[in-house]
Design a protein around this ligand. Sequence first.
Ligand SMILES: [Zn+2]
Length: 433
Amino acid sequence: MTYSKNECLSKDELISLQLQRLQETLVRVYNLVPFYKEKFNNLGIKPSDIKSLEDLSKLPFTKKKDLRDNYPYGLFAVDMDQIVRIHSSSGTTGKPTVVGYTEHDMDVWSEVMARVFTMGGLTSRDILQNSTGYGLFTGGLGFHTAAERMKMAVIPSSTGFTSRQLLLLKDFKATAITGTPSFALHMAEKAKAEGYDIKKDFSLKVGFFGAEPASEGLKNEISRVWGIHYVEVYGLSEIIGPGVAASCMHSHLLHINEDHFYPEIIDLTTGEVLPEGERGELVVTSLTKQALPIIRYKTGDITSLTRIPCKCGRTIARIESIVGRADDMLLINGVNVFPSQIEHVLSHVDGITLNYQIIAHKKGYLDKLQVDIELNENIMSENIHQLDNLKKHIEHEMLNNLYINVDVKLVAPKSIIRSEGKAVRVIDKRKDI
Ligand SMILES: [Zn+2]
């Protein structure tokens, strides 16, 4: 079941719709946003020069920094009296980024999110516990508005208050839940500790999760403990919020709503557009937004794109689950390596923990990558032969998956220094030279 016919257009119909919307968007930003007019003029490009979707690659990228530099409303293409909603994401440094929506934008947003709920099998008969944060963050209200549009019963429980969430979940009989993967896992642990029988006490059949990366292992674990189908939801406020892409019931890849958000995958070093199937940074151009149209926005997220038809019948392209952030990429002797790929390999090995540290250094002219991994307490062994086999096994798996040689060093449990807050996973000693 699909929510919009635009999810199932033929290739020609889709391309023609995308091109028409792109050309309208370019005329709007050129005429209404001085930032874009100046950028296009500097390159000697007029909106009328963009005659095909491929021509889009002639245009410059928009970066998060551009939003900050034009804080708060410098990139808006409408007067403030047309704005009906403002959201903002907190920056770790400096000014936050500000996004605005017209009534039309709110309609687009709730439509693409309704598509996501439909991908997960929801209808007006469902009860949704929306355990995503409400407020300036786009998550909570993004889900909420679409659930109302679909005439579901929506419970705005927001995040936190885990015991109360569990009580509501049992008594109000929600059939679907939203949240971050880590909160879903935390709730499951708390449910067990409080004596709930997850499969009997709750009525959940599907969960919509996003806002933070989750490995396949974590997604499977959440599906298993809750007994639900896991829908991965991707979005970012600069594009619209949640609803840019999501996985359906038939595939772990995410359908991207490309009739509204045109995707390109670019090479991290050259910025060139990559062919289908190759991994690079996701760049998105909004095709229908009024308040904050955005051209070739560099999301910083690493993925690949495929147009192989999906069993569900949707023809829109699919992206793979985000592999990592462009900022986290390490270049080792010309090969791109993401910490998430290393974690993925480690998550399939017995006898070790996921407490690890990646150290890049130079030996002569060559880059070397070392990974220190804490052993599992139960495996801590005096048997040198056994440890040597484990080390060789991991090194073999790294070579198979990452195509580079990695030196593995197995270390005693709890010997890697813990940091307050975000773990320091990567130490790049090459930068010191
Ligand atoms: Zn599908």
